[in-house]
Design a binder for this molecule. Structure first.
Ligand SMILES: [Zn+2]
Length: 431
């Protein structure tokens, strides 16, 4: 296996894996070129391009004894690793269940977290394609202008279970709705209703008057009537056009279903015990879309902190009361590509539990100053402020200062040199 593109750990990336079919051992260099071109073709389509940093790509190299694929209608049969074959129209290329088992075995062995297998078939015929068992995008890798669209169309089936928006009949095809096909004509109940402007008629007719609108266009899922698609045209209907907004939304959701926006965070432990007043910094490492940033908001004890929207957040433990507290970060992709995210795939929250146990008050950092003066610091928790007291006997105490802690601390300086040989200081909270 070779790595073609790496953006991070396979555990949190969308892993695309190429498999070689009908390439002989000597043709492996060509396979790697074909795989790289195929990857670039897929990532040239939106929304894949916007999330290209989320992708890794690998190429598993399996030699076939012979070159190409079977063409039964031409009586051409070759011995290949996955035993792919064209249909009689020479536009559909697929594998049987034994071939799919071989795909599954290789993925299990090399990239168990594979999110998109792509079988590249080394055939010089028309670059037919299919989605073998809805699990593997299959395409003849021969360069042709139609190849990028055809391959990317097939990935739509595999990645987001998108349906064909075709109208030509396919007897026996299951009447199961996909994210981009429906029989529903009640506007309020249409699953892509968030994308439909109130001024767009439902069903949307005359079709050609709404070339760019999202609506309810009759003709989809291998039916000319009774089944509807979201847009006049889409890559799931015709080559050479982009994915429609509804298909694009389904693809973004599918990517986030497999890849989480937070790559890592610090501290790695989400259960912290804090016993001193040293500042604690929390930080996140996020995935980055190509042209927009993910949004971050930090919370303490469930309350959002104004302006705390960076990748890191620092706090002083003394700003908390002793006991159990929480810090959390909400990360969200506010992309305009998604309007419907009922499962919140585009959000992720990281929460830390802080068991704060600070001394109530503490005197530290004694400092000699000139002229017999000195200073020390009072730290801790004292919402009512503190009274600094002094004594020469440790039994009679007099108050010398009353003040509030700022940021959990207060510096006290004695006003004049004392005539006493020694003097004791303490800080108390007012009754
Ligand atoms: Zn579509």
């Amino acid at each position: 296996m070779e790595t073609i593109r790496t953006n991070g750990p396979a555990s949190n990336r969308f892993n695309l894996v190429f498999l070689s079919e009908g390439y002989t051992g000597r043709e492996m260099p060509k396979y790697l070129v074909d795989a790289t071109n195929a990857l670039n073709a897929i990532l040239s389509y939106q929304p894949y391009g916007e999330y290209s940093n989320y992708f890794n790509a690998f190429a598993i190299k399996t030699n076939s004894a012979e070159h190409g694929s079977d063409h039964p209608n031409q009586n051409i049969y070759v011995t290949t690793y996955f035993n792919s074959f064209y249909d009689s129209s020479e536009t559909l290329i697929t594998i049987d269940s034994t071939g799919q088992e071989r795909v599954d075995e290789l993925l299990q062995a090399f990239v168990p977290k594979c999110n998109l297998p792509v079988l590249l078939v080394n055939d010089t015929n028309y670059p037919g394609g299919s989605d073998g068992f809805d699990k593997t995008a299959i395409v003849a890798a021969t360069y042709a202008p139609s190849l990028p669209g055809m391959l990317t169309h097939e990935t739509g089936h595999v990645v987001a279970n998108l349906g064909d928006e075709y109208e030509d009949a396919y007897p026996g095809f299951p009447d199961t709705e996909e994210p981009n096909t429906t029989r529903q004509t009640n506007r309020a109940l249409i699953k892509w209703n968030a994308w439909i402007s109130p001024s767009t008629p439902i069903p949307t007719a005359p079709r050609d008057s709404y070339p760019t609108a999202i609506g309810l266009f009759e003709g989809a899922h291998y039916h000319t009537t009774g089944w509807y698609r979201p847009k006049l045209d889409c890559l799931m209907r015709h080559n050479y056009v982009p994915f429609c907004e509804v298909c694009s939304e389904a693809l973004v959701l599918a990517i986030y279903q497999r890849v989480r926006p937070v790559d890592s965070f610090s501290p790695a432990s989400t259960n912290l015990t804090i016993t001193n007043t040293q500042a604690v910094t929390f930080s996140l490492a996020l995935l980055q879309p190509a042209t927009h940033n993910l949004n971050v908001q930090w919370f303490t004890n469930g309350v959002s902190r104004t302006g705390a929207t960076n990748l890191s957040f620092t706090l002083l433990p003394q700003s908390f009361a002793n006991g159990t507290n929480s810090v959390s970060a909400l990360v969200k992709d506010n992309t305009s590509l998604v309007r419907n995210d009922p499962t919140n795939f585009l959000s992720q929250t990281i929460s830390w539990t802080l068991n704060v146990s600070l001394p109530q008050l503490r005197l530290d950092s004694p400092l000699w100053l000139t002229g017999g003066k000195f200073a020390f610091r009072v730290t801790g928790n004292a919402p009512q402020g503190v009274v600094v007291q002094s004594s020469t006997t440790l039994s009679n105490w007099g108050s010398v200062a009353t003040n509030s802690l700022v940021g959990g601390q207060l510096w006290y300086t004695n006003p004049v040199a004392s005539s006493s040989l020694r003097r004791f200081y303490r800080a108390v909270t007012p009754p």
